[in-house]
Write a protein that binds this ligand. Structure first.
Ligand code: NAP
Length: 466
């Protein structure tokens, strides 16, 4: 039995690693997801004998039917959530699911702590305290992140002496944890640590601007991974250790990649949100001068149809309009006319990493048409028409030219270098960063106002007829 369980955990771990590797490319991501899912099923089934203590384990929580009921409820919530979620609400769903993972890790640790005896090793006790602490921070932090993304907070919640308050909370948690590690095995202390960690998670996320929530969620995701790995140490579950470490490290890497793409250090995201709105407003006030030059759909269609090289820059507005199928149709129609069409993908376009890749994959846009920002930028001067669809911040030249801009230093798609730029959006409204975009006033830029889906439908018909 022991060998069988060890083999099952090993297989699950290999499947997790292969799955995560395949997730790195849109072509193989679907298979990666299924393979990692299969690993999770194997890990779940293999963990059940351990839970019953037949493996000599000290773990005795739950009964078979309870585990089945819990798994069933989880499956239903997960499947319904995934089917129903709108593409634009994906970050919220990730926040909630991540919070649930953190909460589960904290619960396991809390319950396991009741089994601590004098004979328990320091590693066992320490692992449980870590899982409880980190898991609870991840749970409450993720709930606040979810509420912020749902728009329940107008602006970052700040209060006096917040850093002092957080430091005091941290110190209290540390002291109680040390007491527990030194042999005070009271369950009341564990409960106190859990409550303090929940409060800390809330206070940590409350002052951070809603705009930075995707980064915070990614960071909390890595916390959940660490909590699960710590649980794995406590209950002797190898698959949990490996899966938790994978989630922890990939969450950390993703957090760093997002910060790099926005040219902001993680510390700035976590502690520098105050005043973001003010600085954004100041930058808006110092907006560039120029005139807005609207274009009608028929003229835009003609410009596109006679071009040799067209680059489409998708952004958050494309996801809002759910116009991915229409953009594919436009690309196909242009290709029929001999136009070379590619899609320029900015790493933080949209509201989550890979947002545009997923959106365009839904409409079966061929992967080789998607070009990363660094590869497309040197090409931009040779582009006849750059068609920007619902993107704003990721093409804002202020990131390169205006040192006072809050997004200064963020790498952008250099759309302004194309011969003609056509921007499709509903109004002169700002993007996520809340700042003006001087590109829209440039001589070579024309604005095609309207909902992206309706405008694209019109363009498809007009290009067909051109
Ligand atoms: P954006 O700057 O948020 O701009 C989106 C634009 O879409 C808006 O200006 C809006 O203008 C337009 N829009 C909205 N609905 C539309 C519709 N139905 N039809 C046509 N246009 C529509 O988007 P982005 O250029 O993709 O930039 C992403 C931003 O999110 C960056 O600031 C990035 O740092 C941030 N962010 C991204 C991530 C990530 O992982 N992807 C994570 C954290 C932060 P109108 O209102 O005028 O239509």
């Amino acid at each position: 039995m022991h060998t069988l369980i060890a083999l099952a955990f090993l297989t699950a771990s290999v499947l997790f690693i292969v799955g995560i590797k395949l997730l790195a490319s849109p072509k193989s991501a679907r298979a990666g997801n299924l393979i990692a899912g299969a690993g999770m099923v194997i890990a779940l089934v293999a963990a059940v004998p351990l839970l019953h203590g037949s493996h000599g384990s000290h773990v005795t929580i739950g009964k078979w039917f309870l585990i089945l009921v819990g798994t069933g409820i989880g499956l239903i919530i997960g499947a319904l959530g995934a089917y129903r979620v709108k593409m634009t609400a994906m970050p919220q769903m990730v926040a909630l699911f991540n919070g649930a993972g953190g909460g589960a890790a904290a619960l396991v640790a809390g319950i396991e702590f009741a089994h601590v005896t004098r004979a328990s090793t320091l590693l066992f006790v320490t692992a449980m305290i870590c899982a409880a602490l980190i898991g609870a921070v991840s749970l409450s932090g993720s709930i606040i992140a979810y509420l912020k993304l749902e728009g329940h907070f107008d602006k970052p919640v700040t209060y006096p002496a917040q850093h002092v308050m957080n430091a005091v909370l941290l110190a209290m948690m540390l002291l109680i944890s040390l007491a527990m590690m030194a042999g005070s095995h009271s369950i009341l202390l564990m409960l106190l640590v859990l409550v303090l960690a929940l409060v800390f998670g809330m206070l940590m996320v409350l002052p951070i601007g809603g705009a930075d929530m995707p980064v915070v969620i990614s960071l909390l995701n890595s916390f959940t991974g660490l909590a699960v790995a710590a649980d794995g140490f406590a209950i002797g579950n190898v698959a949990m250790i490996i899966a938790g470490t994978l989630v922890g490290s990939s969450g950390t890497l993703l957090t760093l990649a997002m910060c790099k793409a926005m040219n902001r250090p993680v510390t700035n995201v976590l502690f520098g949100a105050f005043g973001k709105a003010e600085s954004a407003q100041a930058a808006a006030a110092a907006a560039a001068t120029g005139t807005v030059k609207p274009v009608q759909a028929d003229e835009a269609a003609l410009l596109l149809a006679v071009a040799s090289k067209v680059v489409i820059v998708p952004g958050y507005g494309l996801a809002v309009a759910q116009a991915q199928h229409q953009v594919r149709q436009l690309s196909d129609e242009l290709a029929k006319k001999g136009v070379e069409v590619s899609f320029a993908i900015h790493p933080v376009a949209g509201r989550m990493p890979g947002h545009m890749n997923v959106l365009l994959a839904e409409a079966d846009v061929p992967y080789d048409q998607l070009i990363e920002m660094d590869d497309i930028n040197p090409e931009m001067e040779r582009v006849d028409v750059c068609l920007i669809i619902g993107a704003n911040d990721v093409v804002n030249p202020a990131a390169r030219e205006d040192k006072s801009s809050p997004i200064f230093g963020m790498p952008i798609i250099e759309a302004e270098k194309a011969r003609t730029v056509i921007v499709m959006k509903r109004s002169m409204g700002k993007g996520f960063a809340g700042i003006e975009n001087a590109l829209f006033l440039r001589d070579n830029c024309r604005m095609l106002f309207g909902d992206a889906k309706a405008s694209l439908q019109e363009l498809v018909t007009l290009v067909k007829a051109a």
